[in-house]
Design a protein around this ligand. Structure first.
Ligand code: CA
Length: 226
């Protein structure tokens, strides 16, 4: 039974959501503050976290960053604001998905099952080698010619996704849907910015690409350099 931590200060939402998730086969614990939630994640390593953004002690985004500093646990953010800027901010801070309030037990259960499925796959992820580049899905480590690269979470996810599709052109829309969980697009710039950071870390430029090749108007592909 997957263990889920629910961090939500509104007692009515907390109780009804905990009941709805328990009835759908999750082992749910719930807490009302961000700091208690953080301590729980460190002590109990739950399989997934549902995090309310509006908490009494610390802003949800700050809690999310603190969780990310210590854990790769999937986090679904529950936000009251359906604003693209807000959503981009939480996804950039390391959320795996988000739901906009009000949402049903059924909806959050579907999102939970999706993130749990993805982490199962990630957990089984073997190493992929692309030329001198080695991407270790289990340890979430990347080396280039034996040298370890310091990648952010999203840079890693982006590179791992491209490595799973090595040699194929992947569209920015697909990357937004699969890496950023934004199936409706609208954030091409987010992809471009992360690609440029990734290029820098790989020691190349768009003009003199080795691994990461942009195919104008189509997308990007990862290749084994000549
Ligand atoms: Ca709240």
């Amino acid at each position: 039974m997957p263990s889920v931590l629910l961090i939500e200060d509104d007692v009515r939402i907390r109780q009804s959501l905990a009941r709805a998730l328990a009835s759908r086969g999750h082992d749910v614990d719930s807490l009302a503050t961000g700091m208690e939630g953080l301590e729980y994640v460190i002590a109990n390593a739950p399989d997934a976290v549902i995090l309310d953004l509006g908490l009494p002690d610390l802003d949800g985004v700050e809690i999310l960053k603190l969780i990310r500093a210590v854990s790769q646990v999937p986090v679904i953010v529950a936000t009251a604001r359906d604003e693209e800027a807000e959503i981009v901010k939480v996804l950039d801070a390391g959320a795996d998905d988000y739901v906009v309030k009000p949402f049903s037990g059924e909806q959050i259960d579907a999102r939970l099952r999706a993130v749990l499925r993805r982490t199962d796959q990630g957990g089984a992820g073997a190493s992929v080698a692309v030329g001198d580049l080695v991407i270790d899905g289990r340890a979430r480590e990347v080396t280039l010619a034996g040298q370890s690269l310091e990648l952010t979470r999203k840079e890693f996810d982006l590179l791992a996704y491209l490595a799973d599709h090595v040699g194929d052109v992947v569209s920015k829309r697909e990357l937004l849907a699969e890496v950023w969980r934004q199936p409706y697009g609208g954030g091409d710039k987010t992809v471009d910015v992360h690609l440029s950071w990734l290029r820098k870390k790989l020691g190349e430029t768009a003009a003199e690409a080795r691994y990461l090749h942009t195919v104008r108007g189509v997308g990007v592909k990862l290749v084994i350099p000549d």
